[in-house]
Design a protein around this ligand. Sequence first.
Ligand SMILES: Cc1cc2nc3c(=O)[nH]c(=O)nc-3n(C[C@H](O)[C@H](O)[C@H](O)COP(=O)(O)OP(=O)(O)OC[C@H]3O[C@@H](n4cnc5c(N)ncnc54)[C@H](O)[C@@H]3O)c2cc1C
Length: 376
Amino acid sequence: MGMSAGYQLARRGVTTLLIDSFDPPHTQGSHHGESRLIRHAYSGDPAYIDLALRADALWKEAEEHSGTELLVRSGVLNLADSSVYSFSGRLAEAEKRKVRVEPLDAAEIRYRWPGLSIPDRFEAMYEPDAGYLYSEKCIGVYRQLALAHGAELLPNTAVQNVTARGGSVTVHTRNGDYHAAAAILSAGAWFGTLSPFITLPIKAVRKVVGWFQSTPDFNAGSFPGFTLGAGEGGYYGFPSIGGAGLKIGRHDTGLEWKPGDPLLPFGSEESDEGDLRRVLEAYMPGAAGRLLKGAVCKYEHTPDEDFIIDRHPVHANVLLAGGFSGHGFKFSSAVGEILADLATTGRTGQNIRPFSLARFDTPPGQAQAGLTLEGI
Ligand SMILES: Cc1cc2nc3c(=O)[nH]c(=O)nc-3n(C[C@H](O)[C@H](O)[C@H](O)COP(=O)(O)OP(=O)(O)OC[C@H]3O[C@@H](n4cnc5c(N)ncnc54)[C@H](O)[C@@H]3O)c2cc1C
């Protein structure tokens, strides 16, 4: 989010300083592991579909400006056991917003993707224009473009504290203090370290993904990105790209992680591989081969899994972007544009009301029953 905002500010000619504890892209936050799904047919607030469509256009623009392939339109197949999840809401929203989607029954799914072994009670919503982004390349490209437009980057520099007074913001680091007319805070899993300047309802969790040896049925070019909702839980994944093996992760569950805690490597928990393999054996047996690689990453959940994109409640010149709850990457091109618009003009053309901090002032409604798959 930060690199995207930095690029958008620098290209507007704004003097921009980017500060990061590491050297992005890196493997400590939420963005590594090669790929992220980009889908457009969200349910819930229609703001998500609009944001996804704008983000898609901006990814294509970044590809043109950099000459680097960032987005692969592999299609995304959303699979679900109809006894735990229904696509009806998303299909209806997609139709309203002219997002192409195809409802499929089990026989059609098995016919089109012979590697899948799914029972008759499964159904799917296929999104032909969806696909995946090369996440580290996206950040690399925004970094290169931001610096080309004159932004400065301070890598390996942790922000220790932020203060704001009289229309100026000061960011304190062990290498010195930096003053600005405005600041954007997008601290991912580390927002807790910026308290008490800002305290957000964000809980970070450790997430794992694995790459499994798979048959050619699951190769990029013939197999799409996917999400899968079943009695076992909510999953998502990617075809085998360049022989790397089918990649799969679990969207629900995860051990809480707090800044300063060690991040246990893949395999520390028996369920790291077990949870993934169980689902592959059940529904994609040809992709349940040897574990080729595992990685550990972080989600930052808000209580309702909607994002936080807002101003600081006291300091209007400080913008906040966090709590992307495991589904933010696809939107980051558009989130950067929103943040830059807010920082420079005070306005944005996107509807960011669903992402306001004020929504946490009212008690949450009745928790939604069943499995939620919207947020992948
Ligand atoms: C396994 C996994 C799979 C995912 N799959 C998808 C998907 O398919 N599709 C999708 O859309 N999204 C997906 N996501 C979610 C998405 O990747 C995240 O929502 C997104 O990367 C969040 O971006 P961010 O900028 O908030 O966090 P990050 O990318 O973690 O960036 C935060 C940055 O802030 C820096 N920072 C933090 N604190 C400080 C400080 N005090 N001083 C200086 N720097 C600091 C960090 O070093 C870091 O570089 C997935 C996430 C994971 C973990």
